[in-house]
Write a protein that binds this ligand. Structure first.
Ligand code: A3P
Length: 288
């Protein structure tokens, strides 16, 4: 059954989103020790989350193999996740949580905290390709009937969490802050070791070469795909149609070239040029 969205300020949110986002924004208290994974959907969120967990456990895979990713780093704006974060006990260490919220919806307390947040970005063309295969089988959103339909929705921000262009412009305003790291899905492909080292330094962990090697081994596409705590196979059928959707689908860069028509490619290029005006283009590896 296809779901209808919860629309707030013109942005469609999936079902299961907390009803009162304004309350979340005003009342949720971000703590200085919190570690937050941020992204626009389909940017590699679950990959980053896995890396953060593996860095925290110093390469020991037992945590990622025994606890589902949505329990290790619950979703802030999803009803169940929000409850889990609020019930977290300080003696269990720092809180990890994940969010797709556009910046204007994010808890205000974050902006005066020392909590560390990492925002992962990805070529928006690949986000469309990844999203097409993902949203088709998700029962919490309106599934696209064709690639062209999703393409049009994406250009008009009528996709879960709204416009990618607005999301990225919003969060990029945090660029340069000490407690905010921006990294790209493409960086993880081009220089995996260097990017993981950057993330661990940012989070304040100094890993031994053996620990780093173990992080690198356990964050691989195949290892994650085989791990039932990371591959979404435990997501209930009421939320996800497993015969259609896989979170770990291809795990490559540039797959959009297999799906965009020439006309879509040209249209996208024009809209992209307009909407990205004034943003630091050198921050985007897909433009290099
Ligand atoms: P594809 O659909 O292009 O394969 P998100 O977690 O934000 O929903 O992003 C999902 C995308 O990240 C999927 O892209 C998925 O394959 C990719 N991904 C997840 N883990 C990965 C890994 N270990 N290596 C490469 N890509 C990964």
């Amino acid at each position: 059954m296809a779901a209808d969205y919860m629309w707030v300020d013109g942005i469609p949110f999936p079902t299961l989103t907390v009803e009162n986002l304004e309350l979340l924004r005003n009342e949720f208290l971000v703590k200085d020790e919190d570690v937050i994974t941020l992204s626009y959907p389909k940017s590699g969120t679950n990959w980053l989350l896995e890396i953060i967990c593996l860095i925290h456990s110093r390469g020991d895979p037992s945590w990622v193999q025994s606890v589902a990713n949505w329990d290790r780093s619950p979703w802030l704006e999803i009803v169940n996740g929000y409850e889990k974060i609020r019930k977290h006990r300080p003696e269990n260490g720092p809180r990890f949580y994940t969010s797709h919220l556009p910046i204007q919806f994010f808890p205000k307390s974050f902006f005066s905290s020392k909590a560390k947040a990492i925002y992962i970005i990805r070529n928006p063309r690949d986000i469309i390709a990844s999203g097409y295969f993902f949203w088709k089988g998700m029962k919490t959103v309106k599934p696209p009937e064709s690639f062209e339909q999703l393409f049009q929705w994406f250009l008009h921000g009528k996709v879960p969490y709204g416009s990618w262009f607005d999301h990225i412009r919003g969060w990029l305003s945090m660029r340069g802050k000490d407690n905010f790291l921006i990294m790209a899905y493409e960086d993880l492909h081009q220089d995996r070791r260097g990017t993981v080292e950057l993330i661990s330094q940012f989070l304040g962990y100094k890993l031994t070469p053996e620990e780093l090697n173990s992080v690198l081994k356990n964050m691989s596409f195949q290892v994650m795909k085989d791990n039932k705590m990371s591959n979404f196979s435990q997501v209930p059928d009421t939320i996800m149609d497993h015969s259609i959707t896989q979170i770990l689908r291809k795990g490559i860069t540039g797959d959009w070239k297999n799906h965009f028509t020439v006309a879509q490619s040209e249209t996208f290029g024009k809209v992209y040029e307009e909407k990205m005006a004034g943003l630091p283009r050198e921050a985007f590896p897909w433009e290099r």
